[in-house]
Design a binder for this molecule. Sequence first.
Ligand code: NAD
Ligand code: UGA
Length: 460
Amino acid sequence: MKQIKKITCIGAGYVGGPTMSVIAQKNPDIQITVVDVNKERIAAWNDNDLSRLPIYEKGLDAVVAEARGRNLFFDTDVDKAIDEADMIFISVNTPTKTYGKGKGQAADLKFIELCARQIATVAKDDKIVVEKSTLPVRTAEALKSILDNTSNGVNFHVLSNPEFLAEGTAIADLHNPDRVLIGGENTEAIEALVNIYASWVPRERILTTNLWSSELSKLVANAFLAQRVSSINAVSELCEVTGANVDEVARAVGMDSRIGSKFLKASVGFGGSCFQKDILNLVYIARSYNLHAVADYWEQVIVMNDHQKTRFAEKIIQTMYNTVNGKHIAFLGWSFKKDTNDTRESAAIYVADHLLDEEAQIVVYDPKVSVEQIYKDLDALGTRTPEANRRLVKVVNDPYQALDGAHAIAVLTEWDAFKTYDWAKIKEAMKKPAFVFDGRKLLDRSQLETLGFKYYAIGE
Ligand code: NAD
Ligand code: UGA
């Protein structure tokens, strides 16, 4: 196998951009080009003002500043980048299908297939093709079939190398991963990719498996993580009726080293672009093999998550004397977790939708999410007209403005800054009784109750 000198990554999104930036940072002798069909996104990756990169991730600007222009390039010329590369990562989006067979569950692989066809058409010499996107188990088989049957006698080796970074901590996760997983059939191709990661990841943390184990492990890892959140959220409801406190229960349970303490934080529900999509995909795969008990088991994780979001919205309505019509509810946070501007599948969207059905007036403040994004998220639901969304929802960039005159505050994202606000001043500016519904268990109950707030938190 020839030495890898040039890498191309198709897809400059949340995964492709940060992952390739770190690979370039740690492998200065390899030239890396990240390409995308989205011109604005590429322009933003090339912006001299690093605060305007298309993705907000702590430490990303420094990595880009170090590697960009040296051995890291962002471009829109996909064909050229494919032609020049020894190794091609496919890091395009794999959303849930919105049409046809498997609608609402199966992964839509049209972008993956387009990439495979484009690689096959353009490639003039042998390439290693790496699946970076999260894919249904056995996708590599389809990829290989497309590559082998549409190219001009070029040899392709397909590897699976799923990404485990979490948003908000992407750079730390990439710098210090728990493990790197590489699945494949060809030993030399596997070794070529192992060597790239070995520039900074200890060898014992680089796992190599067969293709199908690698593809399936990614879906299973996300399913296990989401299952823990749904488990603790199910317990949170039980805590609310029994007088137990969900944080105390999580601590007591998590100190058992067989269970572990991470990912046991009760919340308004998990969001993000992947948990729901990947579990639905797992459910679809199980059903397609007629494994209905397996499918039902994993589907329950989603059912519980939907219940948690609805339950939170209903708690607000019920507590506010069974009506929020015309009432001003301030949303603190819109992103699906702190330290990211990503709002995909954020619980805030669904809680807002529920309250808007009841004609609430919502004012949103999020430190990183743009006004346009918030309206886009609501419009995409199709529940009401864009005009109605703009009439009922206001977005502000000063938190105190959001809270001024509010009947209630709902904490939807666990941004650290919310804890440092002047809660005495906020209380003064609100309608009384001043309600706080803390969907993240972020604020200090005793502080807020001393100030006279009516404080409700998940799982207490
Ligand atoms: P994204 O939507 O942010 O980025 C995907 C990019 O691919 C887009 O910019 C799109 O324009 C581009 N693209 C699509 N088709 C293309 C084509 N044919 N040619 C060139 N560019 C094309 O998606 P993402 O969040 O980066 O996720 C990518 C994959 O990684 C998904 O499968 C996802 O499940 C997986 N993943 C995501 C995360 C995460 O934290 N977001 C973590 C691990 C794995
Ligand atoms: C998740 C996984 O953690 C990554 O390993 C994976 O690579 C990624 O999905 C992916 O495949 O896309 P991410 O969605 O970025 O990462 O963020 P998480 O930290 O996992 O949080 C997901 C959601 O669960 C958030 O809404 C978060 O608030 C919620 N959550 C998480 C809880 O409610 N409680 C917890 O204890 C943990």
